[in-house]
Design a binder for this molecule. Structure first.
Ligand SMILES: [Zn+2]
Length: 332
C-alpha cells in the first residue's frame, strides 16, 4: 500500500507540473529518428515534424527543435539568437551552446571540437543527433537494419524502431514493389490520383492560376493494363525503340504509383512550376541534364508528389533528382 502511494505521488507530480525541465527529463524514455522521414517517435508515440531527418557526411542530422524535444527539453529550454545564429539548450542543470557553421560546441565543462558544424537548411537548424543527446547524458545508437537513430535515457528503455523508411522510388531499374497498393483513388480534372495528392494538386493549380497560368492535367494514375496500352500504342505508331526510350515498361512507371502528374502548360508555366512546385510537395522528376541519373530525357511536364518536407529539403539543398535524395540523404 505504502509503495503504491509512493508511485501515485510520483505520477501526480509528473502530471501536475509537466512543463518544468526536471519533470520532462524524468518522463523522457526514448526517441527514434529515421533518415528520409518527417516523423519521429518519442516515448513510443509517433509525432510529426515539419522537416525531415537526413544522412550527410556519415552522420544523421535532425532538426534542432525536434531533437531538443526528443531529449526532454521544453520550448522554454531552447533559446535561439538569430544575430549570432546560435542556440542554447537547457535541460535541468545542463546547458549546451552551439552555433551554425561552427565546429565548436560549448557546455558547462567548456568548449570542445566536433567534426561537422550545425547547418541551416531553409529556415531550419540541423545538427547531428549524437552530439546533443550524448551531452545530455542519453545513450545513442544507430540501428543499421532499421536505419534509425535510437536515443534512450536508460539501456532498459532502448526503443524498438519501426522498419526502415523506404521512399517510394520507381525508375527503369527499380520496379513498383510487388505488394504496392495505390489505395484510395481520387479525381482531379478527370484523372485519378492517390488520395494524398488531391489537396496539394488543387493548391498547386490554384497558385499557378493566381500567376496567370491555366494548367491542364494530361495524365495521372495508370493501372498496369493502362501502362501496357500506352507502351503498345507508342510502339505500334513509332516503333519499339522509340517506345522503349520514351515510355516506361509496365511496373516501372511512376504513373502507376498514383503520385505522378503530367501537366500541359506554356514554357513560362513550366518555368514557374519548376521553381515553385516544391512549396506544394511536388518535384520536377526528370530535370534537364540529369538523364544519366533518372534514365529519362528532360520532361518539363512530369511532376512527382513527395510531400512538402522532402520537396523543400531537396529545394534548399539543391538536390535535383529523387534518386540522389534517396541514395545520398535518406540512406536508401
Ligand atoms: Zn509522366
Amino acid at each position: 500500500m505504502g509503495k503504491l502511494a509512493g508511485w501515485l505521488i510520483v505520477f501526480l507530480l509528473l502530471i501536475v507540473n509537466p512543463t518544468t525541465t526536471g519533470s520532462q527529463a524524468a518522463s523522457f524514455n526514448s526517441a527514434v529518428f529515421q533518415p528520409g522521414s518527417e516523423r519521429y517517435i518519442v516515448n513510443h508515440q509517433e509525432q510529426a515534424m515539419d522537416a525531415i531527418t537526413f544522412i550527410e557526411q556519415g552522420r544523421v542530422w535532425v532538426p534542432l527543435r525536434y531533437l531538443a524535444y526528443a531529449c526532454g527539453i521544453t520550448t522554454e529550454g531552447i533559446l535561439w539568437d538569430p544575430v549570432t545564429q546560435s542556440a542554447r539548450l537547457t535541460l535541468g542543470d545542463r546547458e549546451l551552446t552551439l552555433q551554425v557553421g561552427s565546429k565548436q560546441l560549448v557546455g558547462q565543462e567548456g568548449p570542445w571540437q566536433v567534426d561537422t558544424a550545425p547547418q541551416i537548411i531553409g529556415d531550419r537548424v540541423y545538427l547531428p543527433a549524437r552530439w546533443v543527446a550524448s551531452y545530455f547524458g542519453y545513450g545513442v545508437d544507430w540501428d543499421a537494419e532499421k536505419r534509425a537513430v535510437l536515443i534512450y535515457a536508460f539501456p532498459a528503455e532502448k526503443p524498438q524502431p519501426p522498419p526502415a523508411v523506404d521512399i517510394l522510388l520507381v525508375n527503369k531499374q527499380l520496379p513498383l514493389p510487388a505488394d504496392y497498393s495505390v489505395g484510395e483513388l481520387v479525381d482531379f480534372q478527370d484523372f485519378r490520383f492517390a488520395a494524398p495528392v488531391q489537396a496539394p494538386l488543387q493548391e498547386l493549380f490554384a497558385a499557378a492560376a493566381r500567376q496567370g497560368f491555366s494548367l491542364r492535367v494530361t495524365s495521372g494514375y495508370r493501372s498496369a493494363a493502362e501502362q501496357q496500352a500506352v507502351f503498345q500504342n507508342r510502339a505500334s505508331k513509332q516503333g519499339l525503340n522509340v517506345a522503349r526510350a520514351t515510355v516506361a515498361p509496365v511496373g516501372h512507371s511512376e504513373h502507376q504509383t498514383g503520385l505522378a502528374v503530367d501537366i500541359a502548360g506554356t514554357t513560362r508555366a513550366y518555368d514557374w512550376l519548376a521553381a515553385n512546385s516544391w512549396q506544394y510537395g511536388f518535384i520536377l522528376r526528370y530535370p534537364k541534364g540529369k538523364e544519366a541519373i533518372t534514365g529519362y530525357a528532360y520532361e518539363p511536364w512530369h511532376f512527382r508528389y513527395v510531400g512538402v518536407p522532402i520537396a523543400s529539403f531537396m529545394h534548399y539543398k539543391g538536390i535535383a533528382t529523387l534518386e540522389e535524395f534517396v541514395f545520398n540523404y535518406a540512406g536508401g
